[in-house]
Design a binder for this molecule. Structure first.
Ligand code: C5P
Length: 215
């Protein structure tokens, strides 16, 4: 039967690793909505647009062709035919993505695309910031992943080999922007289950989510 799992939470809470593992475990696909905002941001930077110019950003977003991979083992993204998997994780995109994601028309465009992908997939794990609140409020399971600021910074800096203090500052900056923007801010859905992953291993988190799905 149909199974949509929404995984929301702040940066570095373990959403991607957990969501990919869970998607594999339920023999489903995986949608990384953060990567969609990152891909549009890459196109905006590539075009040299001013990040304050919402109209220019929207125009670029409308003219961008996104190819969105949903294989949980290799979720590859292309923007206008260019492979962007490495570039969208770089500091330039990470520094600019929250500004692009705050533009309401960009969100409307990507949310529509996200809903199309979800409708076409019988089993899917979708990760982001507004999945349970906006994109898929009727998901079978809604999870809000959290972790202490220190744990989140630790994980992220282990991934990208940057300094822990700088990483923590950047995560805090992004969470602040993501929770305070007017359009679809990061917030926990009333009916989402909170899982604090501080000190939990990935296997443990995935097993916990699977047990909730099967109960
Ligand atoms: O999850 P990730 O760190 O890749 O997300 C990058 C950025 O994309 C977030 O900081 C946020 O600004 C934006 N985002 C969003 N809504 C989503 C997913 C990501 O606004 N559903």
């Amino acid at each position: 039967e149909r199974c949509v799992v929404a995984v929301d939470g702040p940066s570095g809470s373990g959403k991607s690793t957990v969501s990919r593992r869970l998607a594999t475990a339920i023999d489903g696909v995986y949608l990384d909505t953060g990567a969609m905002y990152r891909a549009i941001t890459w196109a905006v930077l590539q075009a040299g647009a001013d990040l304050q110019d919402a109209d220019a950003i929207v125009k670029i977003a409308q003219e961008t062709t996104l190819s969105i991979g949903t294989d949980p083992l290799a979720p590859r993204f292309r923007v206008n035919g260019t492979d962007v998997d490495a570039a969208i994780r770089g500091p330039e995109v990470t520094g600019a993505v929250s500004a692009v994601a705050a533009v309401p028309a960009v969100r409307a465009m990507l949310v529509r695309l996200q809903r199309e992908i979800i409708s076409a997939a019988p089993r899917i794990v979708v990760e982001g910031r507004d999945i349970a609140t906006v994109v898929a409020p009727d998901a079978e399971l809604k999870v809000y992943l959290t972790a202490s600021a220190a744990a989140r910074a630790q994980r992220r800096s282990a991934e990208d080999a940057t300094d822990v203090a700088a990483t923590e500052a950047d995560l805090n900056r992004r969470d602040q922007l993501d929770s305070s923007r007017a359009a679809d801010p990061l917030r926990q859905a009333d009916d989402a289950v909170t899982v604090d992953t501080t000190g939990m291993g990935i296997d443990e988190v995935v097993a916990h989510l699977l047990s909730m799905l099967n109960s």
